[in-house]
Design a protein around this ligand. Structure first.
Ligand code: GDP
Ligand code: MG
Length: 437
């Protein structure tokens, strides 16, 4: 991936005691190749390296103490700039504020509509209404209802109505009458750009005059993503881009090109199938991620958000008093699970994504552990020392696991208790240390 390629590029620098003009040129050539491999448009990649080179010369990179680091910084800054520089918010000023989703079928519109509704409801204290305007497949309306149910957000639909303009207008009336301050309109997409789809979304757009028109694009579609973005932008003049499926190792060359081609900011990214897998797009963090430094800041923030302070304090007391038991262990696992899927998390730790590249991480890696703990009696959970061979056998049987798995968990628990005692507490910061961040 791009990150590996850039690593290699910078390795050229690190491998030499003294950096020379030739090194810089070689490195930038590698950087350019890496960008091209990540589906960045040729001209953009070329301009990019030219600018970095000019800046490197301007700042006299060769005479500084750590030329390699300065060059990395120049590349990072330039990447950040390429992706839009600053964080772009979304307009929530309307009463209600109407947000229209556009994009091809399968790009992630419906999923993202749910994620955004959930985000606005839980983080911004809004009351969103989801609107099903994908009228071609009955399954599409159902899908949005399932999404809405899972996050406790109302879904407006008219299964019998085949006119998306009317549905959207009625939904806005419904929102006004019922105190919704956000209306998220999910629309139908096609597998490729076609006239019928474009006409329809243009009609909906014109009729409801949304505060925000968002273009949703699958970040794995590479150069095609840029062409699709251009087609939609020509029709809708949209306000921002949503990059989905930026999970794990997808580095998203599309992120680099789209901004340059349509000159619209990327506003959010989708990083998984769960409703929580949404992040504000930070150009500088994305640049760091692309450079393989890991999106540490996002990880720290997510960890802090999810770790309930109160819970953490209670736990700290228990650890101090040697009362940390399996119930607490279970709580910890649930906390970690809330942070997103393990693969996402690992991908954000610098170096880890490379080290773990070939390791299969199951999303339900904790399933056995939870089953085992659930098969313990309350007293066993509180006092793990009680668990002898006989009890282990019973627990293994009850949880459908092998006695070795129970043993392994006991050992892990033991190590974790010890580790926790060594650290001051179990808060987010310490978890970070445990994860090697
Ligand atoms: P739509 O046709 O544009 O409404 O797309 P959907 O929301 O139905 O998504 C299509 C598929 O992509 C579904 O299987 C989603 O679960 C999946 N999907 C959407 N967003 C993401 C994401 O950020 N990461 C991953 N891994 N899958 C996603
Ligand atoms: Mg859909």
């Amino acid at each position: 991936n791009l990150s590996d390629k850039l690593d290699k590029a910078f390795h050229i620098l690190k491998g030499h005691g003294k950096i020379t003009e030739v090194n810089v040129a070689d490195t930038l050539k590698e950087v350019r190749r890496a960008l091209l491999d990540a589906d960045v448009n040729f001209k953009i990649a070329k301009d990019f390296t030219t600018r970095v080179k000019e800046k490197a010369i301007g700042q006299d990179v060769l005479t500084t103490l750590q030329p390699g680091q300065l060059l990395v910084k120049l590349v990072k800054d330039e990447l950040t700039e390429l992706m839009g520089g600053d964080v772009a918010g979304i307009n929530l000023q309307g009463t209600p504020s109407v947000i229209l989703m556009s994009g091809l079928q399968g790009s992630g519109k419906t999923t993202f509509s749910g994620k955004l509704a959930n985000y606005l409801q839980t983080k911004k204290n809004k009351k969103p209404l989801l609107v099903a305007c994908d009228i071609y497949r009955p399954a599409a309306i159902n899908q949005l209802h399932v999404v809405g149910d899972s996050i406790g957000v109302e879904v407006y639909s008219e299964p019998e109505n085949k006119n998306p303009v009317e549905i959207a207008q009625n939904a806005i009336k419904h929102a006004k009458a019922n105190g919704f301050n956000i209306v998220i309109v999910d629309t139908a997409g096609r597998l490729a750009v076609d006239k019928e789809m474009m006409d329809e979304i243009a009609r909906v757009h014109k009729a409801i005059q949304p505060q925000e028109t968002l273009f949703v694009v699958d970040s794995m579609t590479g150069q095609d993503a840029v062409n699709t973005a251009k087609a939609f932008n020509d029709i809708l003049n949209f306000d921002g881009v949503i990059l989905t499926k930026l999970d794990g190792d997808t580095r998203g060359g599309a992120a680099l090109s789209i901004k340059s081609v349509v000159n619209k900011p990327i506003k959010f990214v989708g990083t998984g199938e769960k409703m929580e897998a949404i992040d504000v797009f930070y150009p500088d963090r994305m640049a760091e991620r692309i450079l393989g430094m890991g999106d540490v800041i996002s990880l720290v923030e997510r960890a802090q958000e999810q770790f309930d302070e109160e819970e953490a304090r209670k736990l700290q007391k228990k650890i101090a008093k040697n009362e940390f038991g399996f119930d607490d262990f279970l709580t910890q696992i649930q906390q970690v699970k809330k942070m997103g899927n393990m693969k996402d998390l690992v991908g954000m730790i610098p170096g880890a994504s490379k080290a773990m590249k070939d390791v299969e991480i199951e999303d339900d890696a904790f399933k056995h552990i939870e089953a085992i703990i659930h098969s313990m009696t309350p007293i066993e959970r509180k006092k793990p020392a009680l668990i002898d061979v006989k009890r282990k056998a019973r627990i293994a049987k009850g949880s459908g696991t092998k006695i070795e798995q129970v043993n392994q968990l006991m050992k892990q628990f033991d190590q974790m208790s010890k580790m926790m005692k060594m650290m001051q507490g179990p808060g987010g910061k310490n978890l970070m240390k445990m994860m090697g961040g």
